[in-house]
Write a protein that binds this ligand. Structure first.
Ligand code: ADP
Ligand code: MG
Ligand code: ZN
Length: 638
């Protein structure tokens, strides 16, 4: 309780308010307790009432079905022979005992074994104390507790809520955490790569620390900073680093938390969050995964009304900042395109920091960060992993590091070896090796030709990435794997490169067909075919790479007239054209793969044989095996 004070200051008032909420919590718990006790104390309701005469008749019958009769005052509880719990009830009338009311005590005069045998046929009679102490307590409690609760609840509401608002009940309190005490401090040095983003954030920290310097020059301090980027690129990590570096209060909340409570609470949480931040200015508010509340209000399905209120409150609060408030709002999202445009307007989240997937040298830095505190052997080649992980996020890399440590522990290594690391990488990239899965000889042969087909088509076609590794050891869902590695990271791919990707993906199935005949279609190519289908569709609908639809794209998400009639933003006819174009790409890919493999049949045999023999072929084994391949004219594109 707050100390007596004739003129309570806001801090004291806050104290009383949180006391109320604590008291309310206490009574809710009491109710829960009562409900729990009732399960133990109150007799089950669903018991059948039977007349006393029936009970007596069955109890006197040696073939009767009653096991036990429990007598509590006038009440009888009857347990049947096939049961452990009483399932019937009855009542005695008058004060007489059961015997006076007709029950015969057949076993009374027997002793020893005879008595036991007799007892088995007739019910046991058990007497219980008539007054059930806990039952009485419960009866009282069930009457009194709600009255007490209601009384306290309302008297407090009367006293306090009229002057305070809904937050006083404690539900609306943002669960915003003041950052730093409970978790390890993150510094910018823990965030590898992403120099540009770190630079921008350093500047923000500086704004907060030395506002004068900027204001003197007439610069406006940014209000909203939006971190945007793919999942796992370190947005949350960077925000935590800002908290660690800035040395100002840092309130963080995740968009998904807004959604978890009662209607109307999201908005009041936002209000509370901003109030706290202003009181503690200069300070930072961080709303992680803001897309959870701030998705486009007009997007398909629409934002729920609840989210809309929360979003509106965020907008209202941000607009309400004056320049001197000294609060910077940071937010992070995986999907800028999904955000409501209103959030991105000037004065709101007008500063965007793009957090990108790491490039090769950044991947190496990230790996170094995550291996910093792990013991590693000298042979561990982080650079090789950095090279192989184009397109991976920081989270993926941290995952690989962790998996490598787990692998090393499983193998009882004192330090992490390069083999552990490679295993970890492949496990994460494709799934664990399935050593237990035994392939029969034919399956193994089919797999060998399948993978050799991928490898040869990829090797022969001029715009494909080089082959890195081929294996017929099953991993995850696949029977075998052929890896291609880009020599460096590239952001763009041209149409020839993509067509070579399609052809080499078809190479597996085509090789099977050439060797085992047209009818020997196996299920081993389903993921290849899925990949082909997805990529060729993307080339047509998103990249404008169709022969007849060159430079035309067909985005699905736009709404418009055709969306209503066909479910797609284009006409039936266009849909057919798209299907045709996709099929043309797939057919071309299969033809090119077939041409390559027929022209290089002897090498296909050689590679498949080597795979059957060694199971895994590394980059260094491949040049010899692939020597002498030729590119047939039918497979040439340019
Ligand atoms: P996001 O919020 O963008 O989805 P996180 O910040 O949650 O990603 O990143 C997940 C984890 O990945 C981090 O905790 C960290 O271990 C690792 N990570 C991501 N990016 C980096 C990076 N640039 N440097 C070091 N570790 C990183
Ligand atoms: Mg995150
Ligand atoms: Zn395949």
């Amino acid at each position: 309780m707050s100390k007596p004070n004739s003129n309570p200051n806001p801090a004291d008032k806050k104290n009383t308010l949180s006391n109320i909420s604590r008291r309310i919590m206490f009574f809710f718990m009491l109710i829960l307790l009562c409900v729990g006790l009732s399960g133990l104390l109150v007799p089950q309701h669903s018991k059948e009432e039977v007349p006393l005469s029936d009970v007596i008749a069955r109890a006197n019958d040696p073939e009767g079905n009653i096991k036990k009769i429990t007598v509590t005052g006038q009440n009888l509880e009857i347990t049947l022979k096939n049961n452990d719990q009483p399932t019937q009830t009855s009542r005695k009338d008058g004060s007489g005992t059961l015997y006076e009311q007709g029950l015969i005590n057949y076993c009374a005069d027997l002793t020893g074994e005879e008595y036991t045998k007799c007892q088995e046929k007739y019910p046991t009679i058990e007497y219980q104390e008539a007054t059930d102490f806990w039952g009485m307590i419960f009866d009282v409690a069930i009457l009194v507790v709600p009255i007490v609760i209601l009384f306290i609840f309302f008297s407090n509401i009367m006293n306090q809520v009229s002057s305070a608002n809904r937050e006083s009940l404690g539900f609306g309190k943002a669960k915003a955490r003041l950052y730093g005490e409970d978790q390890k401090k993150v510094k910018f040095e823990d965030v590898a790569g992403n120099e540009a983003a770190k630079q921008d954030l350093t500047e923000i920290v500086d704004f907060l620390k030395n506002p004068d310097r900027y204001e003197k020059l007439g610069a406006k301090i940014p209000r909203g900073v939006l971190l945007a980027g793919a999942p796992g690129t370190g947005k949350t990590l960077m925000a935590r680093a800002v908290a660690g570096e800035a040395n100002v209060p840092f309130f963080s909340i995740s968009g998904s938390e807004f959604a978890e409570m009662f209607v109307g609470v999201g908005a009041s949480r936002v209000r509370d969050l901003f109030q706290k931040a202003k009181k503690n200015a200069p300070s930072i508010i961080f709303i992680d995964e803001i897309d959870a509340v701030a998705h486009k209000r007009d997007a398909r399905g629409g934002a729920g009304r609840e989210d809309e209120q929360t979003l509106n409150q965020i907008l209202v609060e941000m607009d309400g900042f004056d320049n001197e408030s000294g609060v910077i709002v940071m937010a992070a999202t995986n999907r800028v395109d999904m955000l409501d445009k209103a959030l991105l307007r000037p004065g709101r989240f007008d500063r965007h920091i793009n957090v990108t997937l790491p490039e090769r040298k950044d991947r190496l830095e990230i790996l170094k960060v995550h291996f910093k505190n792990k013991p590693i052997e000298d042979d561990v080649d982080l650079e090789a992993i950095a090279k192989k992980t184009a397109g991976s996020s920081g989270a993926d890399l941290s995952n690989i590091a962790n998996e490598a440590a787990i692998t090393a522990a499983r193998e009882s290594h004192k330090k992490i070896t390069n083999a552990d690391l490679t295993e970890a990488f492949e496990r994460i990239a494709i799934g664990p090796e399935r050593k237990s899965k035994v392939m029969n000889d034919l399956e193994k042969k089919i797999t060998a030709y399948h993978e050799a087909g991928h490898a040869i088509v990829g090797h022969v076609l001029p715009d494909s990435d080089p082959v890195h590794k081929v294996t017929i050891i099953p991993r995850g869902q696949t029977g075998g794997v052929t890896w291609f590695l880009p020599p460096e990271d590239r952001s763009y791919k041209n149409v020839f490169e993509l067509k070579d990707v399609l052809a080499r993906a078809m190479g597996g199935r085509v090789a099977e067909k050439i060797i085992f005949g047209k009818d020997a279609i196996t299920t081993g190519a389903s993921s290849d075919l899925k990949h082909v289908a997805e990529l060729s569709k993307e080339m047509i609908t998103e990249e404008g790479m169709g022969a007849k639809t060159r430079n035309l794209v067909f985005p699905e998400q736009d709404s418009g007239y055709y969306t209503i009639t066909t479910g797609k933003p284009y006409s039936e006819k266009t849909a057919e054209l798209i299907d045709e174009e996709v099929k043309a790409l797939t057919d071309e890919a299969a033809k090119r793969a077939e041409a390559v493999l027929k022209a290089n049949k002897t090498i296909l045999d050689r590679l498949a044989a080597a795979l059957l023999e060694q199971e895994t072929l590394e980059e260094k084994d491949l040049p010899d095996l692939l020597k002498g391949t030729t590119l047939p004219v039918e497979a040439k594109l340019h």
